[in-house]
Design a protein around this ligand. Structure first.
Ligand code: GLA
Length: 391
């Protein structure tokens, strides 16, 4: 009898499912992250200046509310009790004070750490300290945890990420949990039950089509999203990595196309440029509220690649109220003469009004063919709304 009771208790505890806070990411999270522009050179001063620039530029009010301090914020060692501590020189006021500053300015506080023994830059990782660290983050007022995958040894990804997810849940503060496992173990299959978003690929870098062992341009990252759309939805998003919009390796056209396609993908929109110094062109891309509305549409459907020919891709995203976003993308090196007979897109039932989201104006209806000359690496991004009687 004792043995049976033990077995039942064991079975019950093994079948306990991963838990997460529900309702924290009904649409893809938006914000700013320090990594793409500053790597480990983050500091309290940089974060505060960035917060002020996000307010001044209108980005906070456009929806960029999570400020995420990526790798490099920590001291090289935990304290005598095993607690994580920030680098005393770069974060002299401590992380609780930084969180308070961000909250009082209308932001949410995000932080980075790693499921391995050390982070990718050699700072203390969370392995073996998950419950202690989750309580620390809660006590600092953290709202978002990006959890990396360096130095994990032979650890099983799903189990390891579940441990941290359980720890966050147990700590009791609602924290968006962002897995950064680079898509190695198909996190879209097991991520939804424990996390709000998960990276689908290795790192992005600021170019269109370059690649090295650590990072690739957005063209290759985009290609890897094809087929993942069925795994995304409210509270569980695919993350094709942070934005490189406005960074030096991209032309303005490539930044605009990158932003448009990330909106079609319902990607988390985490700006990764130095917003203290951005040009008005870059600001206009990042704050185009009609493009942001495509990303943030309440239906929560990730878009998909409808068709591809050499140099030509059509990506589409179903929106609420029967609307659609359509993105024509010239992936080639020459101007693309795009001609579209709308009947060729069979999911469009009836006639639609067409609005160009970069020109910000109506350009007719789908009862006539559409044509545009699209420069190399550029897009045309349209929003189609069903024609109502009387239109
Ligand atoms: C990994 C992640 C990046 C960044 C760095 C920090 O490479 O994928 O996004 O967080 O670690 O070291």
């Amino acid at each position: 009898m004792k043995k049976l009771t033990f077995l039942i208790v064991l079975l019950i505890s093994c079948s306990v499912h991963a838990q997460k806070f529900q309702g924290l990411a009904p649409t893809p999270p938006m914000g700013w992250n320090s990594w793409n522009s500053f790597q480990v050179n983050c500091s309290e001063q940089l974060i505060k200046e960035t917060a002020r620039a996000l307010i001044k530029s209108g980005m906070r009010d456009a929806g960029y509310t999570y400020i995420v301090v990526d790798d490099g914020w920590e001291a090289m060692e935990r304290d005598g009790l095993g607690n994580l501590v920030p680098d005393p020189k770069r974060f002299p006021s401590g992380m609780k004070a930084l969180g308070d500053f961000l909250h009082s300015n209308g932001f949410k506080f995000g932080i980075h750490n790693c499921a391995g023994r050390t982070t990718c830059s050699g700072f203390p990782g969370g392995r073996g300290h998950e419950f202690q660290d989750a309580r620390t983050y809660a006590s600092w007022g953290v709202d978002y945890l990006k959890y990396d995958w360096c130095d994990h040894g032979t650890a099983n990804a799903e189990e390891t990420y579940k441990t941290m997810g359980d720890a966050l849940f147990a700590a009791g503060r609602p924290i968006v949990y962002s897995l950064c496992e680079w898509g190695n173990n198909q996190p879209w299959l097991w991520g939804p039950k424990m996390a709000h978003l998960w990276r689908t690929t290795g790192d992005i870098t600021d170019c269109y089509s370059c690649q090295d062992v650590y990072a690739t341009g957005w063209k290759y990252i985009l290609a890897k999203q094809d087929g993942l759309e069925k795994y995304a939805g409210p509270d569980h998003w695919n993350d094709p990595d942070m934005l490189e919009v406005g960074n030096k390796g991209l032309s303005m056209t490539e930044s605009k196309a990158h932003f448009s396609l990330w909106a079609i993908l319902a990607a988390p929109l985490m700006a990764g440029n130095d917003v203290r110094k951005m040009s008005s062109d870059v600001r206009e891309i990042l704050t185009n509220n009609e493009v942001i509305a495509v990303d943030q549409d309440s239906l929560g459907k990730q878009g998909y690649k409808f068709m591809e020919h050499p140099s030509k891709e059509i990506w589409v995203k179903e929106l609420s109220n029967g609307e659609w976003a359509i993105c024509f993308f010239n992936s080639g090196d020459d101007v693309l003469k795009m001609r579209v007979h709308w009947a060729y897109l069979p999911f469009l039932k009836g006639t639609f009004q067409i609005r160009d989201l970069w020109q910000k104006k109506g350009i007719g209806k789908t009862d006539a063919d559409f044509s545009a000359d699209i420069p190399s690496h550029d897009v045309v991004l349209l929003r189609l709304s069903p024609v109502k009687q009387g239109d």
